[in-house]
Design a protein. Structure first.
Length: 222
C-alpha cells in the first residue's frame, strides 16, 4: 500500500526510481549552490518545531480504496513559514528520518517521496500563497493571509497527490494503472486538501498575529 505519498520499495520500476532520484538530487544541488540560507536562533527553533509537528502529523493515516491511504502533508506550511529552499530541506530531513528509522516509505522510492512532498508540495504551496496575497490585496490582511494559506495547503496536497498517482500508475510494478491511481490520489487528496487548507490557514493566521517576524523571515508576509 502507498501510505499517502510515502511510496514503499517495490512499487516503482527502475526508470521511475532513477528519474525521481535524478530530479531530486538536481533540485537540492541547485538550491544548495544558489540559495544563501542563514540560521537565526528563531529560525532554528521554528525549523525543529515545525519538523517535529509535520513528522507526527504524517504518522497518522487512514486507508482509502485503490491501494493508498491519506494523512496530513504539511509541505505548504513549511514553504510559507521557512521559504521554498529551507522548507524543502526541512521536508527532506523529515522524510529521510521516516524512511531510515521507521521504514515509512522505501529507500528506492525516497527520491519520489521527496519529490512529491519536499519539492512539489513545498513549491506549489509557497507560490500559491504568495500569488494569493497579491490577488487578494483588496481584502483585510487577516483575511487574505487565511485565504491564501488555505488555498496553498489545499492545492499543494492535491497536486502532490496527482504527481504521486502518475508515478505509481505508470510503473509496471504497481497493480493499478493511471486510470485508477490518478483519480483516486487526485480525488481523495482534493478532499483531504480542504482539511489541510483550513489547518494551514489557521496556523499561518495565528502566527501572523502573534509572531509576524517568523513569516517575514520565511518570506510569508507581503
Amino acid at each position: 500500500m502507498v501510505r499517502h505519498l510515502h511510496i514503499p520499495d517495490g512499487f516503482l520500476d527502475t526508470y521511475w526510481i532513477a528519474a525521481t532520484y535524478a530530479i531530486t538530487i538536481v533540485y537540492y544541488g541547485f538550491i544548495g549552490a544558489k540559495e544563501k540560507i542563514t540560521f537565526s536562533p528563531e529560525k532554528i527553533s521554528l525549523v525543529t518545531t515545525l519538523a517535529a509537528a509535520i513528522f507526527v502529523a504524517q504518522m497518522l493515516n487512514w486507508p482509502i480504496p485503490g491501494g493508498t491511504s491519506l494523512h496530513f502533508l504539511g509541505s505548504a506550511l513549511a514553504g510559507i513559514l521557512l521559504g521554498p529552499a529551507l522548507g524543502s530541506i526541512t521536508m527532506a530531513l523529515v522524510l529521510l528520518v521516516q524512511t531510515i528509522v521507521f521504514h515509512d516509505g522505501g529507500i528506492t522510492a525516497l527520491g519520489a517521496n521527496i519529490l512529491n512532498m519536499g519539492i512539489v508540495g513545498v513549491l506549489v504551496g509557497y507560490y500559491i500563497y504568495k500569488l494569493g496575497l497579491k490577488l487578494l490585496s483588496g481584502l483585510s490582511e487577516n483575511r487574505r493571509i487565511f485565504i491564501s494559506a488555505f488555498l496553498a495547503g489545499w492545492i499543494s496536497v492535491f497536486l502532490a497527490g496527482v504527481v504521486c498517482g502518475v508515478e505509481i500508475g505508470l510503473s509496471p510494478r504497481f497493480p493499478y494503472g493511471v486510470l485508477v491511481t490518478i483519480p483516486v490520489m487526485g480525488g481523495w487528496h482534493l478532499l483531504l486538501g480542504i482539511i489541510e487548507g483550513v489547518i494551514t490557514g489557521l496556523v499561518v493566521s495565528y502566527i501572523a498575529v502573534k509572531s509576524p517576524e517568523l513569516l517575514r523571515a520565511g518570506g510569508g508576509v507581503k
